[in-house]
Design a protein around this ligand. Structure first.
Ligand code: R5P
Length: 329
């Protein structure tokens, strides 16, 4: 794990916030990230005492008083997605009933984000439903990271701050001394993401036109932009099966790319994905710890960077009512 602090968190605990003291609490989805955030800010984690009843139901019992405090509840809704979500909802409910002054749900990975619209008749919009549940359960604000689609922010009727890990990924890539970089959007939905990274790296864009005939099958139909002899940085929000990245990397090599680096925020890495990436013609897959990555999945070609310093800085800024957008500039 590489932690490359882009910011220095300055939290003095001399509270002037109208919402009371800053309190950190977390579900069980990503304990590593949670501990790193707590260390960055210098505020200990409150024990939520999460447990399961024999029938699988979730119970929590928050171990400290939350009355009147400014509470940040950290829980990426990653694998096992439904369990993580249910824990988040139940913790929000417990916090609200404990009279927390303000509750911010810190959700570095938003499960169901890829179901943010109906692509066929009679389909759900699950991302909207999850956003509804979060606010219904008690979130007064939400802190998000590299959402699959920006429109999801609008699914919340409470304030949101939408962070990006792009600066962290770009700083790492700059350290790789690449030559004649081209930044690649692996599909139409990723064009804006890639454009942002291209601006950070001062590089031209390449667009890939992808089709997904089945959930686990990807087909590359076309590519626009100059790839021959270039070092390509493919920008992705989520790697799940790894199918998209394998096909895109293979196609880039066939078009004469010199090196291929994948820069992705959320390494969901479904079963088989790491093996697929290890066999793929990629030099490096740079991801973040928004989702926990077990030891055995780390190591070449996967490099994990920590988003803890970024999230910690954002939490302190929200607490102190300071600008969060300054973090992107
Ligand atoms: C889809 O639109 C996303 O941006 C990713 O391209 C997708 O989630 C990648 O999935 P997989 O790794 O299964 O190809």
């Amino acid at each position: 794990m590489i932690g490359r602090p882009l910011t220095t968190v300055e939290y003095t605990n001399e509270d002037t916030s109208p919402w009371g003291d800053l309190k950190l609490i977390a579900g069980t989805a990503n304990p590593g990230l949670t501990e790193r955030i707590s260390k960055e800010i210098g505020v200990p984690l409150t024990d939520p005492r999460v447990r399961r009843f024999p029938d699988g139901e979730i119970d929590v019992k928050i171990q400290d008083s939350m009355r009147g405090h400014d509470v940040f509840l950290i829980q990426p809704t990653c694998y096992p997605v439904n369990e993580s979500l249910m824990e988040l909802f139940i913790l929000l409910d417990a916090l609200r009933r404990a009279s927390a002054g303000r509750i911010t749900a810190v959700v570095p990975y938003f499960g169901y984000a890829r179901k943010e619209r109906k692509s066929q008749p009679r389909e759900p919009i699950s991302a909207k439903l999850m956003a509804n549940f979060m606010t219904l359960a008690g979130a007064d604000r939400v802190l998000l990271l590299d959402l699959h689609a920006d429109a999801i922010e609008g699914f919340f009727d409470v304030p949101t701050d939408h962070l990006t890990a792009h600066k962290i990924l770009a700083a790492h890539i700059r350290g790789r001394h690449m030559d004649r970089i081209a930044v690649v959007a692996p599909d139409a939905g990723g064009a804006k993401r890639a454009e942002h990274m291209a601006r950070l790296l001062g590089a031209p864009l390449v667009f890939v036109y992808k089709r997904r005939p089945e959930d686990d099958a990807v087909e590359i139909l076309d590519m626009a932009g100059e790839v021959l002899g270039r070092d390509c940085v493919v920008v992705e929000d989520i790697i799940s099966t790894g199918g998209t990245m394998v096909e895109v990397a293979t196609s880039l090599r066939e078009h004469g790319a010199r090196r291929v680096i994948i820069a992705c925020t959320h390494a969901v890495l479904a079963p088989g994905a790491v093996e697929r990436l290890r066999r793929a013609p990629v030099d490096e897959v740079v991801v973040t710890d928004s989702v926990p990555i077990p030891e055995e999945k780390q190591g070449p070609p996967i490099t994990v960077l920590s988003v803890a310093p970024l999230l910690a800085e954002a939490i302190v800024r929200v607490h102190e009512n300071r600008s969060v957008s300054e973090l992107f500039r």
